[in-house]
Ligand binder design. Structure first.
Ligand SMILES: Cc1cc2nc3c(=O)[nH]c(=O)nc-3n(C[C@H](O)[C@H](O)[C@H](O)COP(=O)(O)OP(=O)(O)OC[C@H]3O[C@@H](n4cnc5c(N)ncnc54)[C@H](O)[C@@H]3O)c2cc1C
Length: 331
């Protein structure tokens, strides 16, 4: 089946003020049905002062429990898009967004689900929790860390879920103003006898680092990185290799000699093209394209499913060709 176009329009039908700096945008995509999995995200395309900006936002809704599509955005001080969304987007406006992407999703298992959410990291974790409670018999426990009581996003939704599923769902609140940052002991105490659980971690990088290092195992660890302070791995492209990389972007087609260690996105830029990109860390799928010739290996892939990779889709910010000839087509 052909894939739908990368970007589509959606109308903002409702805006919910969750906390002083977090808002939920309820969206009605124009080209339904809009299929997604709990834990996935969409990338928004915004034009500000003549510049196109791309930012990803996770769904806080779950397809099995919410009839509406919702994304929740926390305002970042000085952040271009999050502030624009908060200040300028109103009910009835239209936005442009990609189809859903991401692999921060549930897998088939009976293992308990342990969610570790820092601040706005609760967004995809709420989606996963709602879906797991509605579609499985799994136990779901969340450790939610927030600066203070006023910054707790979805407090009421989580309290209501705990009332509906008292035997299977609970939330442990951690407030920095009362206990300082989450530490190893707090994480281990929370995990308790559920070391074999599937652990989903999302939040500011220091929070995720502490949780990841503290998790005792042997359960699986899934991490969703919102970016912001990720350091791109320093990989210096090397010299020229035999072969050619061809990039097709809209009506433009350009070829450059293959360089060792150069990503498809870097080749495209060297060819004078300006393809879409955003996080450049393998998280957001904005730079997705399809290989129609040759093969490429991604350094990091936190966004494409195995099926998409098998169909030739590649994150061009991470894909380095490993065949002499490679042709990649952007949508
Ligand atoms: C897969 C994915 C899912 C995401 N889901 C959500 C979501 O559900 N809700 C949500 O609010 N955000 C989410 N984000 C983050 C979002 O895409 C933007 O990065 C964020 O809104 C900041 O964009 P901006 O244009 O406002 O800031 P920018 O103008 O890009 O950045 C301004 C400053 O803030 C710093 N910064 C950028 N991003 C962050 C960040 N996340 N935390 C702290 N500092 C940052 C930058 O280093 C810079 O100094 C997600 C990101 C990814 C990759």
């Amino acid at each position: 089946m052909p894939r739908p176009p990368l970007f589509q329009r959606a109308t903002v039908t409702r805006i919910v003020q969750e906390t002083a700096d977090a808002r939920t945008y309820v969206l009605a995509p124009h080209e339904g049905p809009f299929e997604y999995r709990a834990g996935q995200f969409c990338t928004f395309r915004v034009r500000l002062n003549g510049t196109e900006l791309l930012r990803s936002y996770s769904m806080s809704s779950a397809p099995e429990t919410d009839s509406e599509l919702m994304t929740t955005v926390k305002r970042i001080p000085g952040g271009q898009v999050s502030n624009w969304l908060h200040e300028s987007l109103t009910e009835g406006d239209e936005v442009e967004l990609t189809r859903p992407a991401g692999v921060f999703c549930l897998r088939e298992t009976d293992a308990p689900l342990l969610g570790f959410a820092g601040g706005s990291g609760i967004t995809p974790i709420l989606s996963l929790a709602k879906s797991a409670l509605a579609t499985t018999g799994r136990r779901v426990r969340l450790l939610c860390a927030d600066r203070d009581r006023d910054s707790m996003i979805f407090d009421k939704v989580l309290t209501d879920l705990a009332k509906r599923f008292p035997a299977r769902f609970s939330v442990l609140r951690h407030l920095d103003v009362e206990h300082g940052w989450v530490n190893t002991a707090a994480v281990r105490e929370f995990v308790g006898a559920d070391g074999d659980g599937d652990c989903y971690v999302c939040g500011p990088t220091p929070f995720m680092d502490i949780v990841e290092a503290a998790l005792p195992g042997p359960g699986r660890i899934m991490i969703e990185r919102f970016g912001g302070d990720a350091e791109a791995p320093a990989v210096e492209p090397g010299g020229e290799l035999d072969g050619t990389v061809t990039i097709v972007l809209g009506r433009k087609r350009a070829s450059v000699p293959r360089h060792a260690g150069e990503t498809l996105l870097e080749s495209a830029r060297r060819a004078g093209l300006l393809p879409p990109f955003s996080c450049e860390a393998g998280n957001c799928a904005t730079c997705i394209a399809q290989l129609t010739e040759g093969h490429a290996t991604m350094r990091v892939n936190d966004a494409l499913t195995e099926e998409e990779v098998a169909e030739g889709y590649v994150l061009t910010c991470q894909g380095v060709p490993d065949t002499p000839s490679a042709t990649v087509v952007y949508e």
